[in-house]
Design a protein around this ligand. Structure first.
Ligand code: ATP
Ligand code: MG
Length: 568
């Protein structure tokens, strides 16, 4: 099932498509594709591309293919293929029967290469990789032609066939397109289109020992599938002439239009599989799905919802110029969605025991609590109250500063959904001086949180009943990097030196309300006054609940926007 976006915002790619439909180009059809290389897990940058490609196809009643660009057998694995499918589906998109692999086209690509050779437009070159680089020239200087450039068609056909048959070792020869060594575009200086690699492939096994290069594979795969709009990121702009060159030479029936857009960059984040894999392999995180990772599997485990990611991608829009998006905007989108959808519950992360001296021993009552003030249909639940409760250690100060409206000796506060209580005595550990218990009284007249005599209290605290509470582990995540641009730190410092040492705090003995005993992996909640949390899908089980903090409540983006509006 595919997810329809709200009203898609206008963008230049959408405008191109609208024009193409009007003019009848591609017969008015819209067929896009999302073409990941299965060499790592997808990240939030890929989500931008997925939402764009699937979103456009949906909007214009077309379709979007999921195609694995699996031309590099040394780095690709089946594990990634499965994870990528899971992630795209989780985001709310489905490719139906249109799941493809570039490796399915290896035979056809080989035939296309033979055709190029026959036309005198490709040749086998014996220069080493290093020599090819030297011959290539620079932006200022033209390249030098390879001494093998003018081999006869027959010799090229013979050598290419023998390359395929495995006669030559890795790197001995390559097949190159014969274009123009003096071209102002380096990509057009006789690019390599096939290389020898005696490596088995995760899908084709040992059938091939030559593999096609990305530029050759991509345009032809698009063409074979009848793609109309081939949308990619800006770094491929200089490859477009080559994309078109192959399709023009080979006189294919379908010539898709390549359109480039700016990739997503996020502050405090690295978005490159090459770098993410270093975090995984170096043990800086627990895996690709560590909740601090910007991978789809990481943010899913952290508790981000697919709707919030789709909404984020819609809001950042699609542009032609690179920019960095503030991660606060992503967190804002997550909060916005979770605020509407998450049930509220009470959880005490750092418990401090409170004994309510005038509350009868052994008595328990059930108090009604609202599940979601944003959504009346979510209803209410009953929460047990008793003589001993826990509140947050932070909600009590023995010597409170001026504007501290929470609990302090002699002060009265409201317990959410319950009663007013007043603190009379502080009990400390004799040896350490640490506060271990508070002695309070409650006012039975204030049930539900209001006093009949109209007296007001400033503070409202969350709490859980001590005998009813369920123990839980809570993992507080913060941004993985402590600087806004870890990719370009001081004097070329490695991005890993900017890892935030406080990106994870684990609290073991949290106390949560009893209803959470039945929480299932992946369930999302708002812990009142604290933030949004999600039951961990890997480490949580009924005997040992583990919650991940998705985001705290404080919305820095809303603040930025407000200041911005005021300034206008
Ligand atoms: P990385 O730089 O992380 O290795 P990639 O471009 O090599 O990414 P691919 O698997 O080739 O990863 O990408 C699949 C698709 O996702 C491509 O069309 C690519 O342009 C797009 N994509 C990758 N990163 C981003 C990003 N940060 N923003 C938008 N689109 C992206
Ligand atoms: Mg790539």
């Amino acid at each position: 099932m595919n997810c329809k976006l709200n009203t898609p915002p206008p963008n230049f790619i959408r405008n191109i498509i609208i024009e193409d439909i009007k003019s009848g180009k591609h017969g008015g059809k819209v067929i896009t594709r999302f073409p990941p290389e299965p060499n790592g897990y997808l990240h939030i940058g890929h989500a931008k591309s997925i939402v764009l490609n699937f979103g456009l196809a949906l909007e214009f009643n077309g379709r979007c293919h999921l195609r694995f660009d699996d031309t590099n057998p040394t780095k690709e694995e089946e594990e990634y293929v499965l994870a990528i499918q899971e992630d795209v589906a989780w985001l709310g998109y489905y490719w139906g029967k249109h799941l493809y692999y570039a490796s399915d086209y290896f035979d056809r690509l080989y035939d296309y290469a033979i055709e190029l050779i026959k036309m005198g437009k490709a040749y086998v070159c014996d220069l080493s990789a290093e020599q090819i680089r030297q011959y290539r020239g620079t932006l200022k200087e033209p390249g030098k032609e390879s001494p093998y450039r003018n081999r006869s068609v027959e010799e090229n056909l013979d050598l290419f066939r023998r390359m395929r048959q495995g006669e030559f070792p890795d790197g001995a020869r390559v097949l190159r397109a014969k274009i123009d060594m003096a071209s102002g575009n380096l990509n057009m200086r006789d690019p390599v289109i096939y290389r020898i690699m005696h490596t088995s492939h995760h899908r084709t096994g040992n059938k091939w020992c030559i593999y096609p290069m990305y530029d050759f594979t991509h345009c032809l795969s698009d063409s074979i599938e009848g793609i109309t709009h081939s949308i990619c990121t800006l770094e491929f702009e200089d490859h477009r002439p080559l994309y078109d060159w192959f399709l023009d030479q080979l006189k294919v029936e379908c010539h898709p239009q390549q359109i480039e857009f700016a990739r997503l960059n996020l502050s405090y984040t690295v978005l490159s599989k090459r770098k993410l894999i270093q975090l995984v392999e170096g043990g800086f995180v627990s895996g690709w799905d560590d909740p601090r990772m910007p991978t789809i599997s990481g943010i899913r485990r952290r508790g981000y919802s697919p709707a919030s990611i789709r909404n984020f991608c819609e809001r950042i829009g699609v542009a032609k110029r690179d920019s960095v998006v503030d991660i606060a905007l992503l967190e804002h989108c997550v909060r916005e969605d979770l605020n509407k959808t998450s049930p509220r519950v009470m959880a005490v992360l750092k418990p401090l025991k409170v004994v309510i001296e005038n509350y009868p021993e052994g008595k328990t009552e059930e108090l009604e609590a609202v599940n979601n003030p944003e959504d009346p249909s979510a209803g209410t639940r009953m929460v047990p109250f008793s003589r001993e409760i826990y509140i947050e250690q932070d909600d009590f100060r023995e010597d409170p500063p001026k504007k501290f409206f929470r609990l302090a000796p002699g002060k009265e506060v409201r317990l959410r959904y319950a009663y007013f209580i007043t603190c009379h005595r502080v009990i400390k550990d004799e040896k350490t001086g640490e506060i271990i218990e508070l002695r309070c009284t409650y006012d039975p007249e204030t049930r539900g949180g209001a006093a009949p005599d109209g007296r007001k209290v400033r503070g409202t605290l969350h709490w859980v009943s001590a005998i009813h509470a369920v123990k839980a582990e809570v993992r507080l995540y913060d941004r993985l990097f402590s600087v806004p641009d870890p990719d370009h730190g001081k004097e070329g410092a490695d991005f890993k030196t900017f890892i935030n040492p406080r990106s994870l705090e684990v609290i073991h003995d949290c106390m949560v309300e009893p209803g959470l005993r039945d929480a299932r992996p992946g369930d999302r909640y708002q812990f009142e006054r604290i933030g949004y949390f999600c039951v961990d899908t890997v480490d949580s089980d009924p005997g040992h609940l583990v919650f991940n903090r998705t985001v705290p409540l404080r919305d820095t983006w809303a603040k930025i926007e407000k200041t911005h509006r005021k300034g206008k």
